[in-house]
Design a protein around this ligand. Structure first.
Ligand code: ATP
Length: 427
């Protein structure tokens, strides 16, 4: 109706230090955001005045202003409200402190701050990383984002960890540009599925990040921001130890703890004094995601890996490959009872064993990492990966599999590693 149409356009006048929050849940709904006057930013990326930004189903957005502004929303949001209480001042102070560390690193020609963001699920860890990275690039820095969040990370597909050089602010609707990320395959949604493998690839990633920092002066001074997986209450100390060990692998200088005093206190107690541990409040705007929303977000992430976004469509390739042309592996052999272990082997060693698989119907819909490694030993586990393919058909008669791939045939390498994650290609 005419009235509906009128209510679709809304204008908001925001006071300084406040933010407009909105969410879109309904499928196929589109919402357009325009900055009419003043200055505003979305998670640290400045809005261009008069430009229309499109948001689709699943978006949970905060438009924050330091100076005050007028914005217009066109379309149907499921929730929208203006919040005057935000932790942005504290996040911005954090950025200022990191910036001071960068300036002093520059003077002494040493590495800039390595910052790790930790805390439970749904406290805005990824968002805080994004804000800090955006503020850093806006000051001319070139920091690295390291993402250890296996389930809801910002790099590549779920089930991986990786690093990305940030050279410009995140795009408002699509996040950071994914040019040449460094990606390590883990193959599960959470570290608990294979802790031994998880710490192994973290160490590998940390070493590669260290090497990259050494050869790029600007990035060396700019430092690193590390995002982590949410840790679940009650699963306490083991996870903390894991956190600490990953802190050491990366030589972390600062740990930002979001919204968890207990974790903060435990870290202050257990972490060496030269690491600064800072407790920060979470934003009231962070939206808790249900299990199904998380699983949908993972699916969406994989779909975007192959098909791109509405703004930036990609056209993946589909082709057949003979079983004889590829070697397929999974990481982790079945556990042996202690009494059967060969001398000198630890009980958890089986978790990082490479096992060759014969193609079978069970591979259908699974993602596979395409390894860079030419060898068939531990190097496959330890090297970063070229990218991912998805098995869309297994033909046992012809001994062929069909792959969905971002690149045309031939594959960059014939070594494929199984991921637990699956993707149903509905195109
Ligand atoms: P996870 O533990 O799953 O990795 P997280 O702690 O990293 O979660 P985020 O991904 O940063 O949390 O935030 C969760 C959701 O809340 C995101 O969709 C994000 O866009 C939204 N969000 C964050 N801050 C705000 C805010 N101030 N207003 C509205 N939405 C927000």
């Amino acid at each position: 109706t005419a009235e509906d149409k009128r209510t679709l356009v809304q204008e908001f006048k925001l006071d300084p230090d406040s933010e407009l929050r909105f969410e879109i849940e309904s499928k196929n709904e589109k919402v357009y955001l325009v900055l009419k006057s003043g200055l505003a930013e979305v998670f640290g990326t400045e809005l261009v005045k008069g430009k229309s930004y499109e948001f689709t189903s699943g978006a949970k957005v905060a438009v924050f202003t330091w100076q005050g502004c007028t914005i217009e929303l066109k379309g149907k949001t499921d929730v929208h409200y203006v919040a005057k209480e935000t932790p942005m001042i504290m996040y911005s102070n954090c950025h200022a402190a990191l910036e001071l560390m960068r300036i002093s690193a520059e003077k002494d020609n040493v590495k800039g701050p390595v910052t790790m963001v930790v805390g439970p699920c749904d406290v805005g860890k990824s968002t805080l990383c994004r804000i800090l990275l955006n503020y850093a690039v806006r000051m001319g820095r070139r920091p690295l984002l390291v993402d250890l969040d296996l389930g809801q990370g910002q790099i590549s597909v779920p089930g991986t960890i990786g690093a990305l050089l940030v050279e410009r602010p995140a795009s408002i609707d699509e996040g950071f540009s994914q040019e040449a990320p460094l990606v390590y395959h883990f193959g599960h949604k959470a570290p608990a599925a294979n802790p031994a493998l998880f710490s192994m690839i973290i160490t590998q990633l940390a070493n590669t990040v260290k090497e990259r920092i050494e050869v790029n002066k600007k990035t060396k001074m700019s430092g690193v921001i590390i995002n982590t997986c949410g840790w679940i209450k009650g699963l306490g100390s083991r996870k903390i130890v894991q956190r600490i060990s990953s802190a050491i692998a990366f030589e972390v200088d600062v740990i930002l703890v979001l919204d968890q005093e207990r974790l903060y206190n435990e870290l202050v107690r257990d972490i060496p004094n030269f690491v600064k541990v800072v407790l920060l409040p979470k934003s009231g705007g962070v939206v808790e995601r249900s299990k199904s929303a998380r699983s949908e977000a993972r699916d969406q992430r994989i779909r975007e890996y192959f098909y791109g976004t509405p703004k930036n469509s990609l056209y993946p390739h589909s082709f057949d490959i003979k079983w004889s042309e590829i070697r397929i592996y999974k990481i982790g052999a079945p556990a042996l009872p202690d009494s059967c272990l060969p001398l000198g082997m630890k009980a958890e060693d089986h978790l990082t064993k490479l096992v060759q698989l014969t193609p079978n119907a069970g591979l259908l819909h699974h993602l596979f990492a395409v390894s860079f490694s030419e060898k068939d030993d531990d190097e496959i586990i330890n090297s970063h990966v070229a990218g991912f393919v998805c098995v869309t058909n297994v033909d046992t008669e012809r001994q062929m599999i069909t792959l969905l791939s971002p690149q045309p045939k031939p594959l960059p390498n014939n070594v494929l590693i199984l991921s637990e994650l699956q993707f149903m290609d509905s195109h």
